[in-house]
Design a protein around this ligand. Structure first.
Ligand code: UFG
Length: 344
C-alpha cells in the first residue's frame, strides 16, 4: 500500500469502537474518530494514545446532526471506508423509548449514508447483532433466516441492514455487516473497556461490578432451561478478537475481495457457555466466590445461541484467539482499574 487509507470510525469512544481504533492504528491506518460522548467518555482518546503511542483525537459529532456530520465528512476528503458503531444498544431502554432508538440508530445511519454518497465514500463496515436471528438452532450460520425482532433495538439493526442493502443496490456501496454474538472482556492494558451506564443489563459487567462491591449480588435469570446446567447459553467473544475482525473485514473490502456488494459475517467463538460456566471462569481467574442467587427467567431471553463462524474464518482469514477465562480476567482487571481511579 503506497498511502495509508483514512478510515472514519463512528462511535469511536464506545466499547467496541475504542478497541477497533487501537487495532486500526496498530495496523498503520490513519483513523478519524467521531462520537457524541453521550454513553462514552471523551478521555478514551487519551487512553488510545497511551496504548498505541499515536496521538488520537475523537471529534464530538452527533450523527443525528446532519449539518455537522456533512461538514465534517466534507472536510476529510480522502476517507476510504467507514466503520459504523454509533448507536444505542440497551434492549430494555429501547422498549421504553422506541423513537429514541429509531431516531438515533436509523436516522443517524441515513445521515451517514447520505454524507458518504455525497463524498463518494464507497465502503462501510456495519456493527450488527446476532439478535437478528432470534431463537435459531445453534450453531447459527449466516443462512439462518432473520426473524421478527423482539425489541426496537433489534429492529433497528434489521432495518439498518435493509437500508444498507438498498443503498448498495442503488449506488454500488460495498457493505459488510458484522453480526456480533456477546462481546465481553477488555484491552490487556486495562486502559479501555466497557463503561455501562447505570445498572448493567449484561452478564459480565454485572459479575465484575458485584465482585468489586458496586452490586450486592448477581441474580442468575432462570435455572430451569433445557441445558446441561439449566442456565442459558451464549457465545461470549473477546472484544479484542472482535476488533481484529473489523480490521480483517476492512482489508477484505478495501482489497475488493467481497463477492457481493452487501455481505454479512457472524462473529463469535463458535462455542456456547452457560451462565454458570461464565461465573465459574470468573471465580477461577479472580480467585473469589461470587455472591450469587438464583432467580426467575428474564423475559425475552432465548435458551441458547452460538455462532457458526466458518464464513468469517475462511473468507476473512480470522479466528478468535482468546479463551473465556481471558475474557473474564481482562474484564476483571478493567473493573479493578476503574475502581482504583474512582478511589483516587
Ligand atoms: N444474565 C443473568 N443475570 C444478569 C444478566 C444476565 O443471568 O444479571 C444472563 C441472561 O439471562 C442471559 C445471559 O446472562 O442468559 C447473557 O445475558 P446478556 O444480557 O449479557 O446478553 P444477551 O445475550 O441477553 O444480549 C446480548 C446483547 C444484546 C443483543 C442480544 C442478542 O447484550 O445487545 O445479545 O441476542 F441484542
Amino acid at each position: 500500500m503506497n498511502k495509508t487509507p483514512n478510515i472514519l470510525v463512528t462511535g469511536a469512544a464506545g466499547f467496541i469502537g475504542s478497541h477497533t481504533m487501537v487495532e486500526l492504528q496498530q495496523a498503520g491506518y490513519q483513523v478519524i474518530g467521531i462520537d457524541n460522548f453521550e454513553n462514552s467518555s471523551s478521555r478514551v482518546a487519551d487512553q488510545i494514545t497511551a496504548i498505541t503511542g499515536i496521538a488520537t483525537h475523537i471529534e464530538k459529532i452527533d450523527i443525528r446532526d446532519k449539518k455537522s456530520l456533512n461538514e465534517f465528512v466534507n472536510t476529510h476528503k480522502d476517507i476510504a471506508a467507514v466503520i459504523h458503531f454509533a448507536a444505542y444498544k440497551a434492549v430494555g431502554e429501547s422498549v421504553q423509548f422506541p423513537m429514541k432508538y429509531y431516531e438515533n440508530n436509523i436516522g443517524g445511519t441515513v445521515n451517514l449514508l447520505e454524507a458518504m454518497a455525497a463524498n463518494q465514500i464507497n465502503n462501510i463496515v456495519f456493527s450488527s447483532s446476532c439478535t437478528v436471528y432470534g431463537e435459531a438452532n445453534p450453531p447459527v450460520d449466516e443462512t439462518a433466516p432473520v426473524q421478527q425482532a423482539t425489541s426496537p433495538y433489534g429492529n433497528t439493526k434489521q432495518i439498518c441492514e435493509e437500508l444498507l442493502k438498498d443503498q448498495s443496490q442503488a449506488t454500488g456501496l460495498n457493505v459488510i455487516s458484522l453480526r456480533y454474538f456477546n462481546p465481553v472482556g477488555a484491552h490487556d492494558s486495562a486502559l479501555i473497556g466497557e463503561l455501562p451506564i447505570g445498572v448493567p443489563n449484561n452478564l459480565v459487567p454485572f459479575i465484575t461490578q458485584t465482585a468489586i462491591g458496586k452490586r450486592k449480588q448477581l441474580t442468575v435469570f432462570g435455572t430451569d432451561y433445557p441445558t446441561a446446567d439449566g442456565t442459558c447459553i451464549r457465545d461470549y467473544i473477546h472484544v479484542v478478537d472482535l476488533a481484529k475482525a473489523h480490521l480483517k473485514a476492512l482489508e477484505y473490502q478495501l482489497a475488493g475481495k467481497n463477492k457481493q456488494s452487501f455481505d454479512v459475517f457472524n462473529l463469535g467463538t463458535g462455542k456456547g457457555s452457560s451462565v454458570l460456566e461464565v461465573v465459574a471462569a470468573f471465580e477461577k481467574v479472580s480467585q473469589q466466590k461470587l455472591n450469587m442467587v438464583f432467580g426467575p427467567r428474564r423475559t425475552g431471553d432465548v435458551v441458547q445461541v452460538y455462532a457458526a463462524c466458518n464464513k468469517a474464518n475462511t473468507a476473512l482469514g480470522w479466528k478468535t484467539e482468546r479463551t473465556l477465562e481471558n475474557c473474564m480476567q481482562t474484564a476483571w482487571a478493567w473493573e479493578q482499574a476503574l475502581a482504583a481511579k474512582e478511589n483516587k
